[in-house]
Structure formats: C-alpha cells, structure tokens
Design a protein around this ligand. Structure first.
Ligand SMILES: [Zn+2]
Length: 335
C-alpha cells in the first residue's frame, strides 16, 4: 500500500464544506456546454485568487446559475455526497448559506430537507445553517430565530462571510439559544481576520469549532486557550493557499498547531472554487506542507473525535484508521 492508497482507504471526515461552494463543475457544463467549455481559469492548477472579493464574486455568479430551487440543492448534494463516499468520507458536515433563503425566497427548511434527503445510507450527514455577520435583516432575522428554535434535523449553526464586519449584537443571543437547544456551534474566524476574531468566537459565542483559525498562530495565549478548551480548527490548506491567506505552502500553520496539541481537521471548503477534493488535501499535507505521514491518521481521527457520533461508532472508525496505518507502516513506508 502506498501513501495515495492509504489516504484513499482510511475512513475520513469532512467538517468544513459549503454546499453552494461544492457545486460540481459538470452541472454548468450540462446546463450550457457552449457557455462553459473546458476548464475555467480559476480552476487551473496554478491559479490563486487576488482577494476574497474576486473569489466570492466568481462563486456567486456561477452558483446562482444552478441553485434556484430546493430541488437544485438536492441534485447538487446528491452528487457531492456520492463523490464523498467514493473517497471513503464517512462523516460529513456541510452548511448552506442563509442569505440564499432571502435571495431565492425559498423556505429554508425546504433547503435543509432537500440536502438531508440526498444523503446515502452509508454517509453520516450533519447540516449547518451558515449566517453572515450581517445576516440579521428584517426578512431573514425572524427566519433565523425560527430555525434555531424549531427546525428539526438542523445540526448546528456557522458564522459565515467577510470577517472585517463586526460581530453584531444579535449574534451572541442566537448562538446561546442554539447551544441551549443542543446545536453545534461554529464560526469562521482567523481566516482573513485577526486572532481576536477567534477569541470573540470562543469567548462570546461559545464556539468550540473554529472554521480556519489560521491567525491563531499570531497569539501564544490564544493557542494555549484553544488547547485548554479543546477547541478544534477545521482547516482547509488548499483554500488558504489559493486565497492567499498564507503566502507560501510552508507558511501554513497546520503542522505547528498539531505539534502544539491543538486539535485540527482538514476539509475542502469550496471545491468548486479550488478544484480540490479531500484526498488532494491529505496529499497536499505531505507534498506541499511537508508534514510527516504519521500526522495523517491523527488528522483523520480528529474528525471522528469531534463528531457527535456514538462512542462505539467513533471507535470503529478510529480502529480502521489504526489498522490501515499499521498496514501502511508494515510496508516500511510510514514514518
Ligand atoms: Zn468556509
């Protein structure tokens, strides 16, 4: 078994995936082959975005061609989940963007149900509602309130969007109520924003699952706090490189965080925009970030450890990872 086979074989989790950003490119080809020939410039291997605005505008422009109804979410999710199972992803957390509820004027609960019903029986799926820092509009505010109190089948909430917007007053009470109802709390922080955004998410929103968290490396105190509180960083190395969150691959802090004892997972974020998949993320940890292969089973296990799966099921996946690692090492290839 070589490393590529090991990566493919182990049960994996994906815990940071935007369903709109996971739109498979072939949906656009099927929609209009003349308009979408070949590989677009932003999916070429060496492309890096100039900034977040460019990334966001390209993604929105294309996503709005496809996402028009709850059934469109179902079709895309079915395709995404099938591809996830092909890579032996066994547990998947995905979010959908609350702004789309207002933009498309579709009931959010229908979108939630459309995504959930797309999961194959052998995929453990958790769906999150992603809210931008300025999501609480007169239209959307009451819907968000209703969602956290009453939507069955919602696993958690996530704070989305540009980090230069302030944390608005509506946010902490919503995160508190979601926690009281047993929902999982996430927030995008420390991607383009400073370490204080991570501290705000942890201390003011009670978040234990930071999406990205790259900026934590700038603060020893914050890194200590993340370890003490058992906060997990759901990181996306290829996304961070392509969006210039890190200047060079070697600059990525995943290895540093793991060495310090911060729990980290890896995911793809928006595979539509980066032409990545989870197996490429694992491979990039070795080829680009120069991590030792022995960290790959640790990363994979972290995904199951932070999941809400029953103890027995977690142990089953962790044991499978250990067995595959022993087999890989048995070939004299692991270090
Ligand atoms: Zn994200």
């Amino acid at each position: 078994m070589d490393l590529r086979q090991f990566i493919h074989k182990i049960p994996k989790t994906e815990t940071h995936l935007h369903i709109e950003g996971a739109l498979p490119w072939n949906f656009l080809i099927n929609l209009n082959p003349a308009k979408y020939p070949g590989v677009p410039f932003f999916r070429s291997p060496d492309f890096r975005y100039e900034n977040f605005t460019q990334f966001e505008s390209i993604l929105i422009e294309h996503a709005l061609e496809i996402f028009k109804s709850a059934d469109d979410y179902h079709q895309v999710a079915s395709s995404v989940f099938k591809e996830a199972r092909r890579q032996n992803i066994c547990y998947l957390e995905t979010s959908f963007h609350a702004g789309m509820i207002e933009f498309l004027k579709i009931p959010g609960k229908e979108i939630l149900e459309a995504i959930k019903s797309a999961a194959p029986p052998d995929l453990e799926l958790r769906v999150f509602l992603g809210m931008s820092r300025n999501a609480y509009t007169p239209y959307l505010g009451p819907i968000l309130e209703n969602a956290i109190d009453y939507w069955d089948g919602l696993s958690g909430i996530d704070l989305h969007g540009p980090e230069d917007l302030p944390l608005e007053a509506w946010t902490p009470p919503i995160w508190k109520r979601a926690a009281d109802r047993g929902l999982v709390l996430k927030a995008h922080a420390g991607e383009f924003g400073p370490p204080s955004n991570i501290a705000h998410a942890v201390n003011e929103l009670g978040v234990k699952r930071i999406q990205h968290g790259v900026a934590a490396r700038e603060s020893e105190n914050l890194m200590m706090q993340l370890i003490e509180m058992g906060v997990c960083l759901d990181m996306c190395p290829i996304s961070n490189y392509k969006l210039r969150v890190v200047e060079t691959w070697q600059d990525h802090p995943l290895g540093l965080f793991l060495k310090k004892g911060i729990r980290c997972t890896i995911s793809t974020d928006d595979p539509f925009s980066f032409d990545n998949n989870l197996e490429k993320e694992y491979q990039a940890c070795i080829d680009k970030l120069n991590l030792p292969p022995k960290l790959l089973p640790e990363i994979a296990k972290n995904g199951f450890l932070v999941s809400d799966l029953p103890h027995k099921q977690k142990n089953f996946f962790i044991k499978s990872i250990d067995q595959a690692w022993a087999e890989y090492k048995g070939n004299g290839e692991g270090r």
